[in-house]
Design a protein around this ligand. Structure first.
Ligand code: SAH
Ligand code: SF4
Length: 401
C-alpha cells in the first residue's frame, strides 16, 4: 500500500467544515430582526426589512431570496450567502386513501444528539376545513398507557422555528400558498380558499411542557400580516398540566382541548399518569377558570374509547355530570391500536350507546372519525422511530394518492 490515496483523501477534507446556513423560515419577528442585523442590514432599515421579509416568507411562502423583488439585489445576494429559507427536511410523505397525509420530518441535530431527531405532522382534509396536526416535542416525557408516543422517550423540545416550519412545509406540499411570484403579478389567496384552516397541537409531545416555544410559534402562526391563522382555529391539546393552563389562556389565548379519558382518579391515574400530580378536580377547576370561556368558545374534552376500560354507560353519565357548567364539546375518539398495545377499541354499538347519553345531554355528534388509519396517522399513533418504512412501502403508500 502506498500513502498516496490517503493524502488525496485528506486533501479533500476542508480544515474547517463550512458552517451550515441557517434558515430564516419559521423565525419570530424578534429572531428575524436579529438575523438580519447579523447579516449586515443597517439598524435604520431593520424594521422595514423585517416587514418586507415577513410578508415574502409568511404571506407568499417563497423559498428563494431571489424572488423578493422589492428587496435590493445586493441584499438578496448578501442574505443568500449566509441564510436559506428551508423548511424541516421531509424523510417520507404518505398519503392515505382518505386524503390524509403524514410527513416524517428530520430536524437539525443538536450538539449532544447521536442522530437527527424525527417528528411527524399530519394533514386531514375535510369538506368544510383542513386541519393540520403538529408536533411540539420529539417523543413525550409522559407515559399515557394507550398512546404510542408515550412509549418513546423524550428526545427534545421543538424550537419555535421547527413548529412553524411544520405549517410551512405542509402548505408547500399541498399547494396552499398564493400562486403569485411577485407583489404585482398575482392575487393573494383569500382566507376562505385556504386549505389549512385549522391547526391542532395534537401530534407528538405535551405542548404545555414546551410552553415558550409553542407560544412563540403560535404567535407567528396567528400574525395577521403573515400566516394569519385565527387563534379561534388553533387548538392546544393537553394531558392536563394544570399550572400551565391559566397561563396559556392568558398569554396565548388559543382554543383548548383536554385529554380527559376517565371520569375518576383511580382510572385516570392509570391511563394518564400526570393525573397523580394534578387530579381531576384540579383539572376541572382550571377549565372552569380558563380565560375567555363562553358558549361560543368551548373547551373540547377528548375521551378515547377503550373496550371494557372506560366505555360503560355509567361512565358516560359520569362524564356528563363532570362537565356540567363548563362550556364544553366532547370528542369521543375510537382507540387507534398500535403494535403490542394492551388495549382494544370499544365496539361500535358501545360507542354509539355512549354517544347517545352524551348527545342527550346536549353535546352534538361527538364521535371523531378516525382518519388516515392505513398510514398510522390517527391520534396517538405517531411514534417516529418505529414507523420508519422501507422505500418500497413508502412508494406503495404514495401510489394510493
Ligand atoms: N400530549 C397532548 C397532545 C397529543 S395527543 C395530549 O395528550 O393531549 C392528542 C390526543 O390523542 C390526546 O387526546 C391523546 O390522549 C389521544 N390519543 C393518544 N393515543 C391515542 C390512541 N392510540 N388512540 C386514540 N387517541 C389517542
Ligand atoms: Fe404524551 Fe399526549 Fe401521548 Fe400522553 S397522550 S403520552 S401526553 S403525547
Amino acid at each position: 500500500m502506498t500513502a498516496a490515496p490517503l493524502v488525496e483523501i485528506d486533501a479533500q477534507i476542508p480544515a474547517e467544515p463550512a458552517a451550515e446556513k441557517r434558515s430564516l423560515a419559521g423565525l419570530t419577528r424578534a429572531r428575524l430582526k436579529e438575523a438580519l442585523a447579523a447579516g449586515g442590514v443597517p439598524e435604520k432599515q431593520l424594521n422595514m426589512r423585517v416587514n418586507q421579509l415577513w410578508s415574502w416568507i409568511y404571506v407568499r411562502g417563497i423559498t428563494r431570496f431571489e424572488d423578493m423583488t422589492d428587496v435590493s439585489k445586493d441584499l438578496r445576494r448578501q442574505l443568500d450567502a449566509i441564510y436559506t429559507l428551508d423548511r424541516p427536511e421531509i424523510i417520507s410523505e404518505q398519503i392515505s386513501v382518505d386524503g390524509t397525509r403524514k410527513w416524517l420530518l428530520r430536524l437539525a441535530k443538536r450538539g449532544h444528539e447521536a442522530r437527527p431527531p424525527e417528528v411527524e405532522t399530519v394533514y386531514i382534509p375535510e369538506s368544510d376545513r383542513g386541519t393540520l396536526c403538529i408536533s411540539s416535542q420529539v417523543g413525550c416525557t409522559l407515559t399515557c398507557s394507550f398512546c404510542h408516543t408515550g412509549t418513546q422517550r423524550l428526545v427534545r423540545n421543538l424550537e419555535a422555528q421547527e413548529i412553524v416550519g411544520q405549517i410551512m412545509l405542509a402548505r408547500d406540499r399541498i399547494g396552499d400558498w398564493p400562486g403569485a411570484k411577485g407583489p404585482d403579478d398575482g392575487r393573494l389567496l383569500p382566507a376562505s380558499e385556504r386549505k389549512i384552516t385549522n391547526v391542532v397541537l395534537m401530534g407528538m409531545g405535551e405542548p404545555l411542557y414546551n410552553f415558550d416555544n409553542v407560544k412563540a410559534a403560535m404567535e407567528v402562526a396567528s400574525d395577521g400580516d403573515g400566516l394569519a391563522l385565527s387563534k379561534r382555529r388553533i387548538t392546544l391539546s393537553t394531558s392536563g398540566v394544570v399550572p400551565e393552563i391559566p397561563r396559556w389562556g392568558e398569554e396565548a389565548d388559543t382554543m383548548l382541548a383536554i385529554s380527559l379519558h376517565a371520569t375518576n382518579d383511580a382510572l385516570r391515574d392509570e391511563l394518564v399518569p400526570i393525573n397523580r400530580k394534578y387530579p381531576i378536580a384540579e383539572l376541572m377547576q382550571a377549565c372552569r377558570d380558563y380565560p375567555g370561556l363562553s358558549n361560543a368558545r368551548r373547551i373540547t374534552f377528548e375521551y378515547v374509547m377503550l373496550k371494557g376500560v372506560n366505555d360503560s354507560l355509567a361512565e358516560a353519565r359520569a362524564l356528563v355530570k363532570l362537565l356540567a357548567g363548563i362550556p364544553a364539546k366532547i370528542n369521543l375518539i375510537p382507540f387507534n391500536p398500535w403494535p403490542n398495545t394492551r388495549y382494544e377499541c370499544s365496539d361500535w354499538e358501545t360507542i354509539e350507546r355512549f354517544a347517545e347519553v352524551v348527545n342527550r345531554a346536549g353535546y352534538a355528534s361527538p364521535v371523531r372519525t378516525p382518519r388516515g388509519r392505513d398510514i398510522l396517522a390517527a391520534c396517538g399513533q405517531l411514534r417516529s422511530e418505529s414507523l420508519r418504512l422501507s422505500a418500497s412501502e413508502r412508494r406503495s403508500g404514495a401510489e394510493k394518492a
